[in-house]
Design a protein around this ligand. Structure first.
Ligand SMILES: Nc1nc2c(ncn2[C@@H]2O[C@H](COP(=O)(O)OP(=O)(O)OP(=O)(O)O)[C@@H](O)[C@H]2O)c(=O)[nH]1
Ligand SMILES: [Mg+2]
Length: 217
């Protein structure tokens, strides 16, 4: 996609603040500090539209960006930051779960994983959750500039295995530093944006299960 305009739309800390506009949305999810905001900036060719930080756990809201006045790019707060209290983790999950299960314009999720490390149990949980609620996802291995070419096939196969992806080469390499993977990721995003919305009522079952589990602790 040729990005002509890219603008911050709004920051939501509660479901009633989610945008209700007509545009299809693609969300970016992943561990805290994995490189979500950097990926969005690189895709949109904007230096600091999505705020990046070397301190993990900073973003607590869902941030929406309008692209070409035709779609929304959505920066989700990261998960797995150990120093955050249980109460905050629960508040985080309620917000993200609400968004992933109920936002009607959401077409798919870019699940970002650090190419230098194996996916974590929380990454595995996210994949399971996305499947349960019927959301299409694409795994993108970022910070690929840190992984020598020779190691790439093994890294990709290990990630695919850990996340139970359909084929060993299903994940895409990306680097916000070098721009590697930008055209391939845009192609995948555009394809998702053209896909029909989820049928009403398709989402929610996995979410309910998870909520019940958590409350029983
Ligand atoms: N080498 C390298 N560093 C990267 C890349 N992407 C992000 N980083 C660095 O990783 C750190 C975190 O990047 P962010 O984009 O802020 O990560 P985030 O996932 O949005 O973080 P939170 O919003 O706090 O969860 C920053 O220091 C970035 O410069 C990449 O592709 N290559
Ligand atoms: Mg961020």
């Amino acid at each position: 996609m040729r990005v002509q305009t890219a603008e911050f739309l709004l920051s939501a800390g509660r479901p009633d603040q989610f945008p209700r506009g007509p545009w299809p949305e693609i969300a970016f999810a992943g561990r805290s500090n994995v490189g979500k905001s950097s990926m969005i900036n690189r895709l949109l060719s904007r230096r600091n539209l999505a705020h990046t930080s070397s301190t993990p756990g900073r973003t607590r809201t869902i941030n929406f960006y309008t692209v070409n006045e035709q779609c929304l790019i959505v920066d989700l707060p990261g998960y797995g930051y150990a120093k955050v209290s249980r109460a905050l983790k629960d508040a985080w999950w309620d917000l993200v779960e609400g968004y992933l299960t109920e936002q009607p314009q959401l077409r798919g999720v870019i699940h970002i994983v650090d190419a230098r490390h194996l996916p974590t149990p929380l990454d595995q949980e996210l994949q399971t959750f996305l499947r349960a609620v019927g959301l299409a996802s694409l795994v993108v291995l970022t910070k690929a500039d840190k992984v020598p070419r020779g190691e790439r096939p093994a890294v990709r196969a290990a990630a695919a295995r850990a996340l139970d992806l359909p084929t060993p080469d299903a994940a895409l390499f990306f680097s916000a530093e070098t721009g590697e993977g930008v055209p391939e990721l845009w192609r995948a995003i555009e394809e998702r944006l053209r896909a029909p919305a989820r049928p009403a009522g398709a989402a929610g079952q996995g979410a309910t299960g998870r909520r019940r589990n958590r409350d029983s602790h």
